[in-house]
Design a protein around this ligand. Structure first.
Ligand SMILES: [Zn+2]
Length: 259
């Protein structure tokens, strides 16, 4: 019996800016048990302040993190591995091998961080499928990136499933379509595998890369756990002291083709 404690430190957000591209607001999870203190994905630069604050809320310092597990090599999930120099960094062998071969491009790969990781003595390259840590299983879910990994934590009566960007949000899970995939059919197959793992026990929890955690109801429909909570603080006035808040929990209905 694993008896891991799983907490979401930073809740991912399912959105992007129209003019400024991906927000990079990804999920960061804390997994504690079996003598380890693990971060699963570590977020983007803008998240460093909130991440430090959340670690402190759990009585943790960066040196306490024993392992960092990365779903894939995109900047918004991985650059902060560098803040945990004592940790073992786990990433898929296929993913790191692919990412290290890419020339700098207009994509979310942080080229220099990938190169550093590729040469780091702290890296352990995961072969999938495998149980690479006690009760922690990984599976290859290509599409979004070629070596993206799905993680399933066997926690006894229920599992916790970490999808990263193989399925970023509930809309992708329910429609089985992934925005920003390098391979549409591979992504669809990967979502099928995610649902197979999700259905394996009735109370399994799914933690996606850019959305709230979810469970499946009796009709096989994903339902959110908890509430979304985020706002933008903005300075639209003439005074630095008077900022405004834009609530990000209300969406206008909009349909679009995602080409
Ligand atoms: Zn990504």
């Amino acid at each position: 019996m694993a008896n891991y404690q799983v907490d979401v430190l930073i809740q991912g957000f399912p959105g992007r800016s129209i003019c400024h591209g991906g927000l990079g607001w990804s999920t960061v999870s804390l997994i504690r048990g079996q003598g380890r203190t693990i971060l699963l994905d570590v977020g983007a630069f803008g998240m460093r302040g909130p991440l430090k604050k959340r670690l402190h809320e759990f009585g943790l310092e960066p040196k306490d993190i024993t392992d960092v597990i990365l779903t894939h090599a995109h900047y918004d999930h991985m650059v902060n591995y560098i803040l945990f120099p004592q940790a073992t960094i786990w990433i898929g062998d296929t993913e790191l091998t692919w990412a290290a071969k890419q020339a700098p491009g207009f994509n979310p790969l942080p080229e220099l961080y990938v190169q550093q990781l590729n040469q780091s003595a702290h890296v352990r390259r995961i072969q999938a499928p495998s149980e690479f840590l006690p009760f922690l299983h990984c599976f290859l879910v290509p599409g979004h990136t070629p070596g993206h990994l799905l993680f399933v934590l066997d926690n006894g009566a229920s599992d916790v499933i970490f999808t990263g960007d193989a399925a970023k949000n509930r809309a992708e899970l329910m429609s089985k379509k992934v925005i920003d995939t390098a391979n549409v059919s591979e992504s669809a197959d990967s979502i099928d595998l995610i649902f197979e793992k999700w259905r394996s026990k009735p109370k399994n929890i799914l933690i996606p890369g850019h959305d709230l955690s979810m469970q499946l109801d009796e009709n096989d429909c994903p339902v959110y756990l908890g509430k979304r909570a985020d706002s933008l603080m903005v300075w639209f006035s003439e005074k630095i002291e008077s900022s405004g808040l834009i609530d990000l929990n209300v969406a206008q209905s909009m349909s679009q083709d995602n080409h």
